[in-house]
Design a protein around this ligand. Sequence first.
Ligand code: PLP
Length: 408
Amino acid sequence: MIDSKIDILKIRKDFPILNREVNGKPLVYFDNAATSQTPQQVIDVIVDYYENYNANIHRGVHSLSQEATDAYENAREKIRNHFNIAHAHEVIFTSGTTHGINLVANGFTGLLKKGDEILVSAMEHHSNIVPWQMLCERTGAVLRIIPMNREGELIMEVFHDMLSEKVKLVFCNHISNALGTINPIKEIIDAAHKVGAAVLVDGAQAAPHIKADLQDLDVDFYTVSAHKMCGPTGIGMLYGKSEWLKTLPPYQGGGEMIAEVTFEKTTYADLPHKFEAGTPNVCGGIAFGAALDYMNAIGFEQIAAYENELLQYATSELMKIEGLVIYGTAKEKTSVISFNIKGIHPYDIGTILDKLGIAVRTGHHCAQPIMDFYQIPGTVRASLSFYNTHEEIDKLVAAVEKARNMLL
Ligand code: PLP
């Protein structure tokens, strides 16, 4: 069954955490959509930074500062290259997806007026809902929802009908964290551009599985978090087209983002520094670059093929359990299985799985509108990564079966 294109035993040796036990059982980690694990190669880069060249960047003439600056800017270049971004100054380091979305939402405050429309998909993470609601409160713009069907696919005919010259912004995730749906973002971007609307794609769940070509997509903004793709927490990237980044005002004021400061007036630094106020997460940025190196060395096509095989296997095995319902059955989907067993609260299943060493997420997954749509309190979510195995899926299925028998 195992795809020979991926050397799973070798890969698993790279992740020290996979050797630990939880509640006396070997850890089985299926919470990858929340945060992925970190390979030794990335941990080594973090240790090397703090042992050898920890320094503040961009403003020091001493060697350590220059080494740290070079490594940080080299990481920006790796990110540019990975996402096929035209210019390094279009790569803004952020603390993660949430930060990137808030930066854009804040920047549009002066650009919208009462009655303008913002379209947002029905399957967004709260990070891609709340900042737009706040923007609407500030500007009088109206948030309209692109609906989805029971399978968890956007109803594209309705989306096309909703488009008009009133629509100024469209927001959608590339992949849903709660359902695993891969959204037709190219179609969304092209259609939105025809009415003059800008598009922000939340790539938090796509970046660990798909190598997105941002120039080909022609997207206006794209956000990712490194901690979902083998990197550390507290670092991510916002891509913005140059024209947009030049138009939007800075999000935060402080050091690093200025050209000149007097008490009368401040002028801002050029891109990308205009949006990078204060001392950045230098080590995080460098480690983000190392995480991309690690994943690219395995190969995103191999990763996608293997994860797809795992997804099919896990879906068919879980479906054999009586009363188990899967939410999110889109034709285009990846790596996430959200499910419930009739008559059992998801939290109770999650608690029993944890006792057996299996980490899954339970609850609304920061996507309460999706839970409202299905009229459920939450789901159990198993999210897969390329370091998971068929044997781990067998353990998950046996554990869910056991939980079912205990709880019903
Ligand atoms: N968007 C999606 C689709 C996500 O899955 C997540 C995190 O789970 C986020 C945004 C928020 O990411 P972060 O907490 O790293 O800012």
